[in-house]
Design a protein around this ligand. Structure first.
Ligand SMILES: Cc1cc2nc3c(=O)[nH]c(=O)nc-3n(C[C@H](O)[C@H](O)[C@H](O)COP(=O)(O)OP(=O)(O)OC[C@H]3O[C@@H](n4cnc5c(N)ncnc54)[C@H](O)[C@@H]3O)c2cc1C
Ligand SMILES: Nc1ncnc2c1ncn2[C@@H]1O[C@H](COP(=O)(O)OP(=O)(O)OP(=O)(O)O)[C@@H](O)[C@H]1O
Length: 570
């Protein structure tokens, strides 16, 4: 058993479950103290840094990426930057391009009501309370970081296709810069914005000059490898991850992060009154969302500064990246993996920044399999993003990219027992409780609960995917639906079709039942060997397990249940 101590001991109930038992051993009595303190201490902040520490880390990062020689501003007029899932200043090419092409930049964020509606098939909340709170924090932080660069953030409530043309007209913007998305909900909005901007006619002052329409300039910026640098067209992406990875690793290089000039200002001076001022960052209440307090587990802090802080904490302060490959399959606490995903998904952290920090760490401290493995995992993220271009909406459809026809159940009571962590299997229940309490679940946990839902329960995988869409702090359509289609056996790569045996997973990844005991107080007092199968001391198991061990057999479906119609179906 391995412990990585946190800086605020009173705030750190967690220990890392590492598989490499050569690391620092934690004596049994200390573990007991930690577990009992786990029940007393409510939660741990991620990153676990003071405000001053975060500010100093961020200042240092911004300094490293600011260049006084940057003299690329040769544009005129005003450009808008439309912030979407790229809520950062560092390595934000859309922002830099807007700056370079204009004499004044107006950053805009639209609080789009569609993002606070319901999910497509089953009507769950599209954005759960914890992610909404995280987003609010991202916006507060983005506004502050933009102000430090001589800009500000205009916040408008409504659809981008209505807001952006109005704002462009009011301030006479010649262009709207934004990062390109790949899934249909987002690309549809891009098309609407493009159309809306075409209706805006800007006079160029002189009678013989033709009037102009503001242009929508979409920039690629969400991945480690740039889409234009791929050795193949995204529509011809290899279907097997390893082929994709080997090909990009050998044939492409990762572009450097964009440098910042000394100032990105000014903002435009005219037209803002017409729009009604800078607007306000919404409260949860304004979004129609009830606050949910995270009272256990990890509490992630939203925003670019927290993202930089977490990277600093994980790489430089705690030196954890050098053991990442051994610890990454852990379940409990902040330290077994990077926890970068919530910031990557909101765009508060650039994957290229992570890459450059890995390279700096390798140069200044050490390079090993673990430091490489962070990049290996980030390439998975790229892969799912590019797959969404190749396979389009089929990643959201029941048959997935391979259009597999099978029968699924939508039994509400089975689904709800999974969703609420009442299946009678502590490993499933603990993971689902962690998800709804914190908005996070480990990668190992996600694979296990996905396999249980689709294979042991035979439930329509889209119900699980949409519940993840509601809850996950790191929700990203490409990674979420990409991983779910893999897990459900309908993904593009049939070799990923795996059954996760709960007894085997429990034995390997939570051998002493510490993870389940943390989340399920009712089994805390049981001896460790009974925690995963507590019998009558716990809820009755809702379904039997299909297989006792790993298996490649096809998806089992309870045909009786599958005939039942779900109350969730629209
Ligand atoms: C059913 C299911 C649904 C998932 N949904 C999402 C999602 O909506 N958003 C999301 O970011 N990840 C998703 N993942 C992938 C993965 O579980 C998370 O990225 C990871 O757990 C985040 O924790 P971390 O940042 O500590 O990861 P680390 O282990 O530290 O990995 C570093 C980074 O690599 C990337 N990464 C790692 N594993 C994967 C993977 N399997 N697929 C894509 N990227 C990966 C992430 O960006 C992650 O932040 C899902 C996995 C499964 C099995
Ligand atoms: N960013 C996103 N997040 C979640 N879902 C998305 C996203 N982008 C697209 N989708 C989903 O993609 C699908 C749109 O594809 P399509 O037009 O084929 O749907 P549809 O015809 O309405 O589907 P169906 O016929 O199955 O009802 C919808 O399920 C939509 O919700």
């Amino acid at each position: 058993m391995v412990l990585f101590a946190s800086s605020h001991s009173s705030f750190s109930p967690f220990k890392t479950l590492a598989l490499n038992r050569k690391l620092i051993p934690v004596p049994r009595p200390l573990l007991a103290v930690m577990l009992s303190s786990a029940s007393k201490q409510p939660f741990v902040m991620v990153p676990d840094l003071t405000a001053d520490q975060t500010a100093s880390v961020s200042k240092e990062a911004f300094q490293r990426y600011t260049s006084s020689d940057l003299n690329r501003r040769n544009g005129s007029g005003v450009a808008i930057v439309w912030f979407r899932n790229d809520l950062r200043v560092l390595d934000n090419e859309a922002l830099l391009r807007a700056w370079a092409s204009s004499a004044a930049v107006l950053p805009v964020y639209c609080v789009d009501p569609r993002n606070f509606g319901t999910t497509h098939y089953f009507g769950f909340p599209k954005t759960g309370a914890i992610r909404a709170q995280f987003l609010i924090e991202c916006l507060v932080d983005l506004k502050n970081n933009l102000m430090k660069q001589g800009l500000n953030l205009l916040i408008q409530h409504g659809k981008p296709e209505e807001i952006l043309p109005t704002v462009a007209k009011a301030i006479g913007a010649h262009a709207v810069y934004a990062h390109k998305e790949t899934c249909s909900e987002e690309t549809l909005v891009e098309r609407f914005v493009h159309k809306g901007l075409q209706q805006v006619v800007l006079s160029r002052g002189l009678p013989n000059q033709k009037p102009l329409n503001p242009k929508l300039q979409l920039i690629w910026g969400s991945t480690l490898y740039h889409k234009d640098d791929l050795p193949f067209d995204a529509r011809n992406l290899p279907d097997v991850y390893t082929q994709f990875r080997k090909s990009v690793e050998s044939k492409c290089s990762i572009r450097a992060c964009c440098k910042l000039p000394l100032s990105l200002g000014p903002c435009p001076s005219d037209g803002l009154d017409e729009i009604g001022g800078w607007g306000t960052i919404p409260s949860l209440e304004q979004l129609g969302i009830h606050e949910r307090k995270c009272d256990q587990g990890m509490h992630f802090v939203g925003g670019e500064n927290a993202a930089l802080g977490r990277l600093h904490e994980y790489f430089w302060k705690k030196d954890l990246v050098k053991v990442y490959k051994e610890t990454r399959n852990g379940l409990l606490g902040p330290d077994y993996s990077t926890k970068f995903s919530p910031w990557l998904a909101s765009g508060s952290l650039s994957p290229r920044y992570v890459y450059e920090e890995v390279k700096r760490y390798e140069k200044e401290r050490l390079a090993n399999d673990s430091t490489y493995w962070v990049l290996f995992e980030l390439i998975w993220r790229d892969y799912f993003r590019f797959l969404s271009i190749k396979y389009g909406n089929s990643i959201f459809h029941i048959g997935g990219p391979r259009r597999i026809i099978s029968t699924w159940s939508q039994d509400p009571s089975l689904f709800e027992s999974w969703r609420d962590g009442r299946t009678g299997y502590p490993l499933i229940d603990a993971n689902m409780k962690e998800l709804s309490t914190t908005g996070f679940m480990s990668n190992r946990g996600r694979q296990i609960v996905c396999s249980f839902l689709v294979r042991d329960m035979g439930i329509d995988w889209r119900m699980g995917a949409e519940w993840f869409e509601t809850c996950l702090l790191d929700y990203d359509p490409c990674s979420n639906y990409g991983n779910w289609t893999y897990g459900a056996g309908v993904g593009n790569d049939p070799r990923e079709d795996r059954y996760f045996s709960i007894p085997k997973q429990a034995k390997t990844y939570d051998p002493d039942g510490e993870y389940v005991a943390y989340w399920l107080p009712e089994i805390q007092s049981l001896p460790k060997e009974r925690r995963h199968f507590p019998g009558n001391s716990y809820i009755k198991q809702i379904v039997p397990l299909k297989f006792g061990s790993t298996s490649m057999r096809p998806n089992p479906v309870n045909s009786e249940k599958s005939r039942q119609r779900s109350q969730y179906r629209r």
